[in-house]
Design a protein around this ligand. Structure first.
Ligand code: GLU
Length: 519
């Protein structure tokens, strides 16, 4: 068999905002495609109209774009799902609800080959079966053990079947799962898996009532038509794998059946189980990439709005369940494409650590240039009605960026470099603002006012230190008083840096204000 071009897809159902676990699935698909020089396709699986949520499709696409996960096919440059076929998007439409005409013939093909059948049982009849089984302490399952006594094309005459197909509009096509067959499957992450088909139910493939296929049929048919070579998806789909294998076989498509990889779940930071929005709400971190407002008006926070850089979010996500085989933690998208490998994707669930997410952001913040960070800081300054010279902002950023995790932290760290303190930290004042110290601090301020050497960190720093030491004054106490007066708190940058940035006039003004407010 000739080597096929790698083609993978991310196939979300637009049932709500995309969980970060879903972003990771898309990311691994993207990395795999790019590493193999192949295509990453987006397909919207919206055949379940009851679970459709307006806005979810756009949210999913916007989220992937923010992460830099750009599809080759299925979504155009404007972020719209492609509806009309072209050279670049030969399999359009990429929204299953718009492909509805395609699927019925495949379902009928399986009926014709004896792999599927029409089922006419009403919801009431099935509910009765379930209740009766429950009364016996059993679970009803529609399969080889029950289909022979239920209302379907296997139990009625061909004439009766034609009549029911004509008259009723609530019939379905079910897959006829063979009895007692060992389905042998291979998963790229989990290895070889075997399941006895007798434990499976005859899944509905197509519904007359909706004139739509169910997930299973649409998914297999589209993966086949779109020439998908690897299916990389969440492990919640592992139980469906035997059915999918049998569907490929029933269609006679084994030769081109994709390889499968089922990714383990993202787990709660503490305790057991799947990472949920509730964990995020409780512990104060987002589980969604972007802010989301549900149609009911419920808000969910997003990594983007919380101030994360997309590179940090992507790097953090990539490492949740994959490792490069060494200690390296920092990877750009291109480096991830180089380094990613399916055999280093772990079988066990990955515990999410919100502190690690912050660590990544801090690391990426430090890697950014001062000018780039200053550009991001300017709008925050404007929100606080501060207009500052851009070069001044760059200088401030250079001095404070090591202390920040997010750009939004800059204001808390450095507001006093843009305006006089509005208040003084009470605890610091109680601790440091003592007469024997602040009188000395005022003298240092006078010294600064008279200082006529170079206005540099070294110049101002050395002169001040020499002056205080020469007088044998307590350095720490004097500095804390000065910082309290100039910055509003005793923690912050070194006095020399503050003096250089705000200038001598502001030093005088702030000392006078502190005298009035604190003495
Ligand atoms: N529509 C499915 C989902 O939302 C896709 C599963 C698959 O990738 O096969 O998870």
């Amino acid at each position: 068999m000739t080597q096929r071009r790698t083609r993978v897809r991310f196939a979300p159902s637009p049932t709500g905002p995309l969980h970060m676990g879903g972003v990771r699935t898309a990311l691994y698909n993207y990395l795999f495609a790019k590493q193999n020089g192949g295509d990453f396709i987006i397909r919207i699986e919206d055949t379940d109209s009851h679970r459709f949520v307006p806005g979810a499709e756009k949210y999913i696409i916007d989220s992937l774009r923010w992460c830099g996960i750009i599809p080759d096919e299925g979504v155009d440059e404007n972020g719209c799902v492609v509806e009309t076929a072209s050279e670049k998007h030969p399999h359009a439409p990429y929204r299953q609800s718009q492909r509805r005409g395609i699927y019925r013939k495949y379902a009928e093909q399986l009926v014709a080959s004896g792999n599927a059948y029409y089922a006419f049982d009403t919801p009431e009849a099935l509910a009765r079966e379930r209740a009766e089984a429950e009364a016996r302490g059993e679970t009803f399952i529609y399969n080889w053990s029950t289909r022979g006594r239920l209302l379907n094309s296997l139990t009625v005459s061909p004439e009766e079947c034609s009549r029911l197909l004509q008259e009723r509009d609530d019939w379905t096509i079910r897959f006829k799962v063979p009895e007692n067959r060992i389905v042998k499957m291979d998963d790229l992450i989990r290895g070889h898996v075997e399941v006895n088909s007798s434990t499976l139910d005859d899944k509905v493939l197509w519904k007359k009532a909706d004139v739509l296929p169910t997930y299973h049929l649409a998914n297999i048919v589209d993966d086949h038509l779109m020439e998908i070579t690897e299916v990389i998806r969440g492990e919640e789909w592992l139980p469906s794998l035997p059915l999918h294998y049998m569907l490929y076989e029933a269609f006679g498509w084994q030769e081109t059946m994709p390889r499968f990889a089922h990714l383990a779940l993202l787990l709660k930071p503490v305790g057991n189980g799947k990472l949920s929005k509730r964990d995020g709400d409780k512990m104060g971190f987002p589980v969604f990439p972007l802010h989301w407002v549900s149609p009911e008006g419920e808000h969910s926070r997003g990594y983007r709005e919380d101030g994360y850089f997309p590179e940090a979010f992507v790097n953090m996500l990539a490492m949740l369940g994959w490792n490069p085989g060494n200690d390296r933690e920092m990877f750009t998208m291109d480096e991830l494409i180089q380094a990613f490998s399916m055999d280093k994707v772990q079988k066990a669930g990955a515990k999410f650590n919100p502190d690690k997410a912050k660590w990544y952001n801090k690391e990426y913040l430090r890697l950014k240039s001062d000018r780039e960070l200053a550009e991001l800081f300017v709008p925050i300054l404007e929100e606080h009605s501060v207009k500052a010279d851009f070069d001044y902002v760059v200088k401030v950023v250079a001095l404070i960026k090591e202390r920040a995790t997010f750009v939004k932290d800059f204001w808390d760290i450095a507001s006093y470099l843009f305006r006089d303190p509005q208040q003084y930290d009470e605890k610091d004042a109680a601790k440091f603002w003592k007469e024997e110290n602040y009188t000395l601090a005022f003298k240092v301020a006078d010294f600064i006012a008279a200082y006529d050497g170079p206005m540099t960190h070294e110049g101002v720093g050395a002169a001040m230190e020499e002056y205080i030491k020469g007088n044998e004054w307590p350095m720490g106490k004097v500095m804390n008083c000065l910082r309290l007066a100039l910055a509003g708190a005793s923690s912050g940058l070194g006095i020399a840096d503050i003096v250089i940035l705000i200038g001598k006039d502001a030093v005088n003004r702030r000392i006078e204000a502190a005298k009035k407010a604190l003495c």
